[in-house]
Design a protein around this ligand. Sequence first.
Ligand code: GLA
Length: 391
Amino acid sequence: MDIDKLKSEFLLRYGDSSENVRIFFSPGRVNLIGEHTDYNGGFVLPFAIKTGTFLLIRKNPENIFRLTSVNIDVCASVPVNEVSTKSPVPWINYPLGVINEFDLLNLELSGYDLLFYGDIPNGAGLSSSASIEMVTAFALNSLSRSGLEIMQLVNMCRHAENDFVGMNCGIMDQMAVALSKKDHALFINCTSISYQTIPFFTGRYHIIIANTNKPRELISSAYNQRVIECNEAVSAICNHRKINNLSELNFNEFEKLSTLIKNEISKKRARHVITENQRVKNAVKCIESNDLLTLGKLMTESHISLKTDYEVTGFELDTLVEESLKIPGVAGSRMTGAGFGGCTISLVHKDSADHFMTEVYRQYENKTGLKPEFYQAIPSDGVHEIIVNSQ
Ligand code: GLA
């Protein structure tokens, strides 16, 4: 949908002239490697993608937030003094949770009209939720001249997701959609919350996202359960050695201490986190030395660990990865995001890309009865305002 159409939609719903309407965009993200490590203080390596969420926004004189979306049939009017009350409509809680964060900081906002449009497939593990949150935070910060730093917005969006939406996610998605840079991957240390942008040119390879199109249900409860299991592993180790999170241990230390974790499930979860952290560090070296074949191997190893130790893959994701790896020219393949459905990413030689999509489509449909979708992932910029020249 182009900007003019979105403006017409805005005027249709909120009336008046388009003069003071401003337009913002936040991308979604894929994670190259480093899965389920962020809430364990580990390393992650995501980048923003081209698709994301557009927000058209204008101040209104009525002390009411009006929220609508072009994609789904939602429409809410929330008085400014009632933003802390959760909406019965789940989607509304993403922007409302962010508005509530401004309120919690005593940054009083007057009323605004907001219209959202997203082109990230829903529930695909490409961070459509962080994208909605971040575009809301960035736009409100700008229009209200609150002067918040980008990392404050990141934290507000994460709190909104943890406390308002109820998903105990880490900080990766919000950082990725805020701080990513075109042609770079974002290497984040989730203990120090520091980051580095790493130039990332895939040369003769494409990064192809494949969507399982498996409907995801109850993902937040399974996700929150993984958070609990990791915390149990930390507590068990703490009986012998004080650690704040699993990422303080290297693999050798973990091996020595792992007998302390009596619960076999927690032990497997911990092993994934610790091996995955090492894979992320190796992946950064591969990118820096342009060794995409080894990067691909690390991606595949990551998937295996997520399948066997973290158990967040499932038949559809595993089938996509297995079929992808059969295609000559594929350097590696793995699930990306929280898992339980959603997408894979594969590193595919350009010359094999067409064959890859045709063949994986065929085999995946045969085995699962679902039709996958493919998109190319291109490292893109984080959240920003779209300035439209109006002549
Ligand atoms: C979701 C969460 C992230 C991260 C990933 C798994 O996307 O929002 O914080 O934990 O899952 O790596």
